[in-house]
Ligand binder design. Structure first.
Ligand SMILES: Nc1ncnc2c1ncn2[C@@H]1O[C@H](COP(=O)(O)OP(=O)(O)OP(=O)(O)O)[C@@H](O)[C@H]1O
Length: 599
């Protein structure tokens, strides 16, 4: 395991306070005024509500003493209405301020996650599925937002309300208060026990949601394939299985919540029974006034919400803490491929690329995918060939710095790529990957993606060199044609040629084409290679392919087998030296003859 991965794993075992300090404290600090005003309004609402039982007490005591007048009752009623009006205004304030704060917090965390994802490298995306990342961006963020919004409100509200109501109750009758609150510890203990389980079950819910999202995503992007293989029924069954698994995990969470909430209400009602029994007796014995009794019952009812809130807040905070830990793991992940400061402006020395005894294995792989590969590449066109799985794409990915390599294994103009910044390497290389990636945008914007500004003439020239210009013009909107998500309007070969045009327009000195012409017919391929030769004269071009016609047009060919470079020779020499290459040549020659005969 790499050092940087170990470092990020250590970070995940940080105590919650450290996670808070890193992720949330700066946001709390920035919005402290808004929070202060919001919390003050919230506490003011609590105290205003606590005034109502005292007003009621006056009214009831005056009524039972026979001293009440319509004027007094009207004044007391008006005071209650005035309090209610204040409560409405203040509630509006705390809601917009505190819930608004939680939305700012959510936005800031979302941006932080997004920015982190953008700097992460290929090994990271092999470890974290898209579904996983989407779950962080939706469920986990929502859980943290709830904890810091409604969770904070409920915690402060419950604390203030329970302390103040208990204080008022103690003021009325200490013995009765202790009796009424006696069942409270039962609630605290049961919440404590159940919240552990809740935490575990909530994790399972998140995990299943992530699986479900990932399945839906991969099914949507390969819908055509599913139809071609008539997999709809199997996919539907699998989706249903994942959905049922997710639903039952949620039901298991609901089962615990279903016990927590009614238990709190039950305990509140037991307190009511105690008051009726002991408080009522005290009233009969005239040890307690009728007004105090009514106020006491009202305070106890006011206590039921904070008692229920204990379970709810514990649940929200538990969810928030779990989600925060997961978000922290994501935002503190370190790319394996650490960027370096710029390597300075030393003059170029040696060939464009010098590969020295390059060995490599993927972070997740057990065996090595490249072993002892050495060659040099200058301003020439190099074919890369070999059996499937022999390491051709791996070599391309290492050339464009998608994975870390050992020191001294890849030199660019005589300088170790590990001593150069990622931008210094990548700015020199245009890369066409095996799977063309297109955006839901116009054809012109897809071609011009890698450059700041490109005029139409440049875009069209790149398209002509990639042999796609004529086909683009046949679309009714030409270069302004929108291509759907992943280019649904285009054939496989057209997508590959668009990706090639995008690489060409960058005018970088090195071009790496990883099997990027596999879906293009052989006549068009020859046309492209001729255009590339013209356009890329004096540049370094690597083309992965097993097509003899294409390979024959290159200056030399690197032939791979099981991660080893077997031969490094031009086409004619390779025909003499390699049985595999010769067999491939004969087979394709025969296929070509048959095709011509059929035509
Ligand atoms: N991300 C990865 N993690 C682990 N192993 C990988 C990864 N990508 C490729 N491999 C393995 O590395 C080996 C070389 O793969 P690579 O894609 O370089 O072969 P290739 O010669 O380009 O094959 P093809 O012609 O089929 O594209 C294969 O055994 C493959 O299974």
């Amino acid at each position: 395991m790499s050092l940087s991965h170990r470092r990020s794993e250590n970070k995940t075992s940080l105590p919650l306070s450290a996670l808070f300090k890193d992720l949330l404290a700066p946001i709390f600090r920035r919005h402290r005024l808004r929070l202060l005003v919001g919390l003050t309004a919230l506490i003011a609402v609590d105290f205003l509500q606590l005034m109502i039982p005292r007003i009621l007490k006056h009214g009831v005591d005056a009524l039972t003493a026979g001293s009440a007048s319509p004027g007094l009752l009207l004044r007391l009623g008006a005071a209650i209405v005035a309090i209610a009006v204040f409560v409405v205004v203040l509630r509006f304030f705390w809601r917009t301020l505190i819930i608004g704060f939680s939305r700012y917090l959510e936005r800031t965390l979302r941006n932080r996650i997004f920015n982190r994802i953008l700097v992460m490298d290929q090994p990271f995306f092999e470890k974290h599925s898209t579904g996983d990342i989407m779950a962080h961006g939706s469920n986990d963020l929502a859980a943290v937002q709830m904890a810091c919004g409604m969770g904070l409100v409920a915690a402060v509200d419950a604390l203030v309300m329970s302390c103040a109501a208990t204080g008022f109750m103690l003021h009325i009758d200490m013995r009765l208060t202790l009796l009424a609150l006696a069942p409270m510890p039962i609630l605290a203990v049961s919440t404590r026990l159940l919240s552990g389980r809740l935490h575990h079950r909530f994790n399972t819910v998140q995990e299943y949601f992530s699986g479900l999202t990932e399945f839906a995503r991969s099914t949507l992007v390969s819908l055509k394939l599913s139809k071609a293989y008539t997999l709809e029924e199997i996919q539907t069954r699998e989706f249903d299985r994942l959905g049922r698994r997710y639903a039952s995990a949620n039901i298991r969470v609901a089962a615990i919540q279903g016990v927590l909430w009614p238990a709190a209400t039950l305990i509140g009602n037991i307190g009511l029974l105690v008051i009726l029994l002991f408080g009522g007796t005290a009233v009969i014995r005239q040890e307690l006034t009728m007004g105090d009794f009514v106020a006491f019952v009202t305070y106890l009812q006011m206590l039921i919400w904070p008692m229920m809130a204990v379970g709810w807040v514990a649940n929200l905070l538990q969810r928030g803490a779990t989600a925060l830990r997961r978000i922290h793991r994501l935002v503190s992940a370190e790319p394996l491929l650490l960027d370096q400061p710029s390597g300075g402006s030393a003059p170029p020395d040696g060939p464009v690329f010098a590969i020295r005894n390059l060995s490599f294995s993927y972070p997740a792989a057990q065996s090595s995918q490249l072993a002892g590969v050495s060659f040099a590449a200058d301003r020439e066109m190099i074919g890369i060939a070999g059996r499937t799985g022999s390491g051709k794409s791996t070599l391309c990915r290492l050339l464009v710095r998608l994975y870390p390599v050992a020191d001294g294994a890849i030199l660019l103009h005589g300088r170790d790529v590990n001593r150069l910044s990622l931008a210094e390497v990548r700015d020199r290389i245009a890369y066409v990957s095996q799977e063309p990636v297109l955006f839901s945008d116009t054809i012109a914007n897809n071609i011009a993606f890698g450059v700041d500004r490109a005029d139409p003439a440049e875009i069209e020239q790149a398209a002509r060199d990639a042999a796609i210009d004529e086909e683009i013009r046949q679309f009714s909107k030409g270069y302004k044609t929108m291509i759907g998500e992943r280019g649904v309007l285009l054939s496989g070969g057209q997508k590959q040629r668009l990706a090639l045009a995008r690489a060409l327009i960058c005018r970088r000195p090195i071009l790496v084409i990883d099997d990027g012409l596999s879906a293009v017919d052989t006549a068009t391929e020859s046309h492209i290679i001729e255009a590339l030769r013209r356009r890329l004269a004096g540049k370094t071009v690597f083309i992965v392919s097993n097509r003899i016609k294409l390979l024959a047009m290159t200056d030399r060919i690197l032939l791979f087998d099981q991660g080893r470079l077997l031969h490094d020779a031009p086409h004619d020499a390779l025909l003499q030296r390699s049985d595999f290459y010769q067999a491939m040549y004969r087979k394709q020659l025969q296929e070509g003859t048959e095709d011509r005969r059929d035509a």
